[in-house]
Design a protein around this ligand. Structure first.
Ligand SMILES: NC(=O)C1=CN([C@@H]2O[C@H](COP(=O)(O)OP(=O)(O)OC[C@H]3O[C@@H](n4cnc5c(N)ncnc54)[C@H](OP(=O)(O)O)[C@@H]3O)[C@@H](O)[C@H]2O)C=CC1
Ligand SMILES: CC(C)CCC[C@@H](C)[C@H]1CC[C@H]2C3=C(CC[C@]12C)[C@@]1(C)CCC(=O)[C@@H](C)[C@@H]1CC3
Length: 344
C-alpha cells in the first residue's frame, strides 16, 4: 500500500522543498497531498513537482488553516479520499506585518548575544496581528489552531490499530516561553504572536504524544533554521530580491559561526525529511529536531531539548479542547441561522 503524506503550506518555501525531496526519494510509493489555501499556487506547485517526477501521485486539497469552516471541509474531503494517513506535515505558517528593530539588531551585533540573535531572531522582531472572520487571532489560527482542528477531525484515520501515523510540526527556534501565556493563548495582548504560536506548537506536540501514542499516533517538532522564503522576505520588504542575493556571501560567512543559517528551502527541509525516515516510536517528544547546515554546506539533523513542561502542555491542550467546542457550537448556530434565513 502506498503511504499517504499530507503537507500543509506545500506550495512554496520549505513545504514545497520537502515535497520535492520526498518524491526524489520515492516517486512511485507515495501519495502526496498538497493542502494549500490558494489553488492557483497549488496547481503551479503540482505542475513543477510533476515536471521533475512525471509518474508521481500528487493531489491537491483546498484548505485555509486560518478558517474553521475551510479546515472542517478539507478534513471531510481527506476522510473521503484516503483510508490511511501516514504522515501529516503541519507546516503552513505566517508572520504578518513584521517589524524589524534595527536599533536592537545593531546593539545585538556588538553584544555577547550575537549568535543567539542570529539563530533565533530573539529581541529584534515583533508583529502586528489581525482577527479572522471567526473572531480568532490570525497567527494563532493559522499556525496552530487550524492544525489542531485538522488533527482532531482526522483522528479516525490517524489512530489505527495496525500501524503508526506521524504528525510533524514546522516550529521555530523563535518559539520562546516568555512570549506565551496560558491566560492569553491567542496572544491578543502582546507583540510576538509568531513566537507565541510556535511555543504553543511545541507544547501541543508534547500533549499529543501523551494522549495519542497508545493509539499509534506520534508527534514531532522541527526548526528549519533561517531560510530565505516568502516569509523571511517579508521581514525587510524594502529589500528587493537582488539585495537578498547580494547578502548571500554575508550569510554564508555567518553560517561559519551558526549552523542554523540553512538558507535554502532544500536545506531547511532537512529535519522534516529526516523524520520521514525515522521510526516515530524512537523519537524524543521533548526534543525539537533542528535542520542544520555546516560551514562547508553539509546538512544534518540534531535534536535539542525544548524549554517545555508536561503541566503547561496539558493545560494548553485543555484550553484548545475548550476553544474547539466553543467554535463548533458557534458554527452550528451560524449554520442554523442561515438555514432559517433560506427557508423563510
Ligand atoms: N523561513 C524561515 O526562516 C523559517 C520558517 N519557519 C516556518 O516554516 C513554515 C513554512 O514557511 P516558509 O516556507 O518559510 O514560508 P512560505 O511563506 O514560503 O510558506 C508558507 C506556506 O504556508 C502557507 N500558508 C500561509 N497561510 C496559510 C493559510 N491560512 N492556510 C493555508 N496555508 C497557508 C503559504 O501559502 P501561500 O503561498 O498561499 O501564502 C505557504 O505555502 C512556517 O510555519 C514558518 O513559520 C520556521 C522557522 C524559520
Ligand atoms: C540586513 C542585515 C545585513 C541582515 C538582517 C538579518 C535579519 C533580517 C535576520 C537575522 C536572523 C534572522 C532570523 C529570522 C528572520 C530574519 C533574521 C532576523 C527568523 C526570526 C525567521 C523566522 C524564524 O522562525 C526564525 C527561526 C528565524 C531566526 C533567524
Amino acid at each position: 500500500m502506498n503511504k499517504v503524506v499530507l503537507v500543509t503550506g506545500a506550495n512554496s518555501g520549505i513545504g514545497m522543498a520537502l515535497c520535492e525531496r520526498l518524491l526524489s526519494r520515492d516517486t512511485e510509493g507515495l501519495q502526496l497531498c498538497l493542502a494549500c489555501r490558494n489553488m492557483y499556487r497549488a496547481q503551479a506547485a503540482r505542475a513543477a513537482l510533476l515536471t521533475s517526477h512525471p509518474t508521481a501521485q500528487v493531489a491537491l486539497l483546498q484548505m485555509d488553516t486560518s478558517s474553521i469552516s475551510s479546515v472542517l471541509t478539507a478534513a471531510q474531503e481527506v476522510k473521503l479520499r484516503y483510508n490511511r494517513l501516514d504522515y501529516l506535515y503541519l507546516n503552513a505558517g505566517i508572520m504578518p506585518n513584521p517589524q524589524f528593530d534595527v536599533k536592537a539588531f545593531f546593539k545585538g551585533i556588538f553584544s555577547s548575544n550575537i549568535i543567539t540573535m542570529f539563530a533565533t531572531g530573539e529581541g529584534i522582531l515583533t508583529q502586528k496581528d489581525d482577527v479572522t472572520s471567526d473572531g480568532l487571532q490570525e497567527v494563532f489560527a493559522t499556525n496552530l489552531f487550524g492544525h489542531f482542528l485538522l488533527i482532531r477531525e482526522l483522528e479516525p484515520v490517524l489512530c489505527q490499530p495496525d500501524r503508526t501515523s506521524h504528525l510533524i510540526w514546522t516550529s521555530s527556534s523563535n518559539a520562546h516561553r516568555s512570549a506565551f501565556s496560558l491566560e492569553d493563548i491567542q496572544h491578543r495582548k502582546g507583540t510576538q504572536p509568531y513566537s507565541s504560536s510556535k511555543y504553543a506548537s511545541d507544547l501541543l506536540n508534547l500533549a499529543l504524544n501523551t494522549h495519542f501514542n497508545k493509539q499509534g499516533l506520534y508527534s514531532s517538532v522541527i526548526c528549519p533554521g533561517f531560510v530565505m522564503t516568502n516569509l523571511t522576505y517579508g521581514i525587510l520588504p524594502s529589500f528587493p530580491a537582488f539585495v537578498w542575493s547580494l547578502l548571500m556571501p554575508v550569510f554564508w560567512l555567518i553560517r561559519m559561526f551558526t549552523n542554523t543559517f540553512t538558507l535554502t528551502p532544500y536545506n531547511g527541509a532537512e529535519a522534516l525529511f529526516w523524520l520521514f525516515k525515522q521510526k516515530p516510536e524512537s523519537l524524543d517528544p521533548q526534543a525539537k529536531y533542528h535542520s542544520l547546515t555546516s560551514g562547508l554546506g553539509n546538512n544534518y539533523t540534531q535534536p535539542r531539548k525544548m524549554d517545555i513542561d508536561l503541566e503547561t502542555s496539558e493545560a494548553l491542550f485543555e484550553k484548545l479542547l475548550q476553544l474547539e467546542s466553543e467554535v463548533r457550537k458557534k458554527l452550528k448556530e451560524k449554520q442554523k441561522a442561515s438555514q432559517h434565513l433560506h427557508s423563510a
